[in-house]
Ligand binder design. Structure first.
Ligand code: HPA
Length: 271
């Protein structure tokens, strides 16, 4: 992946749209509902975009939807790429580079995550205040392209403080309970063991998942502001005496989609 690839992908998208998206959204497992609300939607399948990989997971469509949402010009990724699918972190984060190239300034990242914090319940929404990148992969490894960002980018406000405030304010106004916490990104695809969850809790993690952290590193490298929202789709391994399954994750995200939708729709005008 290099800047020529980024430009070619961005040009291909630009050629199909008339709007100028300023806000990007990446929708996690089961959270694709927002795409249906986009006005004047232009749908572009990933396989129509040069250098884009195609997504391989159930519950993740592979398309960009571009249009207006809550009066804002947005570009939405319906379905993302994960390292557990075998993609390098540079590939996983390629769409974020393309969004930046298109003029996107802020990014809303969403995901389904397992609750580590025992005060959470399945079905909660969590504002991501910070993250632990325990994938031990970094999308910025290799020669730095200074045109894309700094060699050693600051991550001290990886999740923009103003956007966090806007989300908290919105949740309050809408009567939506919004938890807050630290998202732990692991490689997956196996879920964690109870011992791993106990370790992550002592590390300060509040919720765990298999996405987001590499995308957020690239967004910060590119100078984008990030807002992160997790849907707590299940309590993490060992907390409740029951096995974890992707079906449970999909069922819970289905149940929370209304409040998730409201939160995003109402926070957008504040961005
Ligand atoms: N662990 C990791 N990833 C997840 C989980 C989990 O419990 N739930 C949803 N994504």
């Amino acid at each position: 992946m290099n800047s020529k690839h980024i430009q070619e992908a961005a040009e291909a998208i630009k050629g199909k749209i008339s709007s100028q998206p300023k806000i990007g959204l990446i929708l996690g497992s089961g959270l694709g509902v927002l795409a249906e609300l986009i006005e004047n939607p232009k749908v572009i399948a990933y396989d129509e975009i040069p250098h884009f990989p195609t997504s391989t997971v159930v519950g993740h469509a592979g398309e960009m939807v571009i249009g207006q949402l809550s009066g804002k010009e947005v570009i939405m990724m319906k379905g993302r790429f994960h390292m557990y699918e075998g993609y390098d972190p540079q590939i996983v984060t390629f769409p974020v580079r393309v969004m930046k190239q298109l003029g996107v300034e802020s990014l809303i990242v969403t995901n389904a995550a397992g609750g580590i914090d025992e005060s959470f319940s399945a079905g909660d929404l969590m504002l991501i205040t910070d993250h632990l990148n325990l994938t031990f992969r970094n999308p910025l490894i290799g020669k730095n392209d200074d045109a894309l960002g700094a060699r050693f980018p600051d991550m001290s406000q990886a999740y923009n403080r103003d956007l966090q405030q806007a989300a908290l304010q919105t949740a309050k106004e809408e009567g939506i309970e919004l938890q807050q916490g630290v998202y732990v990104g692991l490689l997956g695809p196996s879920y964690e063991t109870p011992a791993e969850i106990r370790m992550l809790r002592t590390f300060g993690g509040s919720a765990v998942g298999m996405s987001t952290v590499t995308e957020v590193i690239v967004a910060n490298h590119a100078g984008m502001k990030v807002l992160g929202i997790s849907c707590i789709s299940n309590m993490a391994a060992g907390i409740l005496d029951q096995p974890l399954s992707h079906e449970e994750v999909m069922e819970t995200t289905e149940q929370v989609k209304e409040k998730f939708k409201t939160l995003v729709l109402k926070v957008l005008p504040k961005m």
